[in-house]
Design a protein around this ligand. Structure first.
Ligand SMILES: NC(=O)c1ccc[n+]([C@@H]2O[C@H](COP(=O)([O-])OP(=O)(O)OC[C@H]3O[C@@H](n4cnc5c(N)ncnc54)[C@H](OP(=O)(O)O)[C@@H]3O)[C@@H](O)[C@H]2O)c1
Length: 366
């Protein structure tokens, strides 16, 4: 299964909106076939592994990182391919609720195939965005922020280019490439005019261009901003009081959402992004929007780059969250990864207890 997980990870930048899946066919301790899913619309991991195994697949075990599909999508069901190839046993590392109506596992068992569930946290982690969209009808939300050692993200003037090293900024590109959308607020649009595109160090690396998303309640964002340049699709969320004027380029779309406490309803925004097929959303915004997302309980992961410099107390804070009166009210996070990137410290954190709704499915029987 470790090999199947490594294969699945090869699709990290390309499978969206599909999940990343790997499959290994084994008989008598010998690996006969390996496969992974590369792109939506192309062959699934099981089919690629079966192709490599050929006739030897008869009587073998298939290790699959995600429950095999039982329904017709853009390709035929993997369950049928496994049965047809004569696979004797299928070991599954994670459950796919989106497939349950197709009764694929029941069909495998009815055909005499032994199906075992080997719950594997790594398999959940690999597809946390896909599982979030399927199980919570909202994407997995990761906030990326670059800050100084004293927790500041921009000078009081708004200047923030650059707090962190070139290597950290290159690293951010790989996280963008994993994401289905890169989201910002109108404050950052005005201050930085970001491109929000993926520029990987190796230009040969394949990826699916993430959707660029801007929250611009009153549509005051300039139409000559980079997000209008057609280099990647762009979706602009606005409030009910305004309507888009003029004819936007093909790459730019608008969606209206309602308000909550006078601001765009962030839960509605995320539900819309799930409808758009977004698994992972990377937020690259300022203190106002990042604070609002945190306050709405919509942040699943923090990616923080800490640069060894001091910007002083009049510089802008990490988050616009006010009003805590006791330490007991503090938001608790746990560090899940730490490393040095260039001269900066990169931390990956998750809210304590934040994944409980998603984790419950790990132990679900199939
Ligand atoms: N260090 C870093 O990693 C980093 C990253 C990004 C940005 N920055 C810096 O951050 C600064 C900009 O930050 P900012 O806080 O002013 O802007 P922001 O967080 O990027 O955007 C905030 C704006 O988003 C809009 N918005 C729409 N719906 C919202 C909602 N539900 N909740 C909150 N906001 C909503 C609001 O403007 P409307 O009402 O007009 O829609 C709001 O003023 C810049 O100086 C930039 O350089 C730093």
């Amino acid at each position: 299964m470790a090999l199947a997980l490594a294969l699945a990870d090869r699709g990290a930048y390309t499978t969206a909106p599909n999940p990343r899946v790997g499959c290994v066919i084994v008989k008598h301790d010998e690996v006969l076939g390996q496969g992974w899913h590369a792109r939506a619309g192309q062959a699934h991991a099981e089919v690629n592994a079966l192709r490599e195994a050929g006739d030897q697949a008869r009587g073998a075990t298939a290790y699959v990182t995600l429950e095999p599909c039982g329904g017709h999508g853009r390709t035929p069901p993997c369950v049928d391919a496994l049965i047809h190839a004569g696979i004797a046993r299928v070991v599954v590392a994670s459950v796919d609720r989106s497939q349950h109506e197709n009764h694929g596992v029941e069909r495998l068992r009815a055909a005499g195939v032994v199906v075992e569930h080997l719950p594997c946290p790594e398999a959940r982690e690999l597809n946390q965005g896909f599982f979030s969209r399927i199980e919570r009808q909202r994407p997995w939300v990761r906030i990326k922020l670059a800050m100084s050692l004293d927790g500041r993200t921009a000078l009081a003037t708004g200047e923030s280019k650059w707090i962190t090293s070139a290597q950290s900024r290159e690293d951010v590109q790989t996280w963008r490439a994993r994401s289905c959308a890169v989201l910002t607020g109108s404050g950052t649009l005005h201050a930085d005019n970001p491109r929000l595109t993926v520029r990987l160090a190796d230009p040969q690396t394949a990826f699916v261009a993430p959707l660029r998303v801007v929250l611009d309640q009153d549509l005051k964002g300039p139409t000559d901003a980079h997000v209008w340049d057609g280099e990647a699709p762009t979706l602009i969320f606005h409030g009910p009081a305004v309507t888009p004027q003029g004819v936007p380029p093909d790459s730019v779309r608008f969606r209206q959402v309602g308000l909550s406490d006078g601001r765009l309803d962030l839960h509605q925004v995320m539900a819309c992004l799930a409808e758009e097929g977004c698994n992972e959303v990377q937020v690259e915004a300022g203190a106002v929007l990042c604070g609002a997302l945190a306050a709405a309980g919509l942040v699943d992961e923090w990616l923080i780059y800490i640069a060894p410099l001091l910007l002083g107390s009049d510089a802008r804070p990490l988050l616009g969250i006010n009003g805590l009166t006791s330490l007991a009210e503090a938001r608790q996070l746990s560090i899940v990864e730490q490393c040095l990137v260039g001269g900066d410290l990169r931390l990956r954190l998750k809210p304590l207890g934040g994944e409980s709704a998603l984790s419950a499915v790990v132990a679900e029987a199939i």
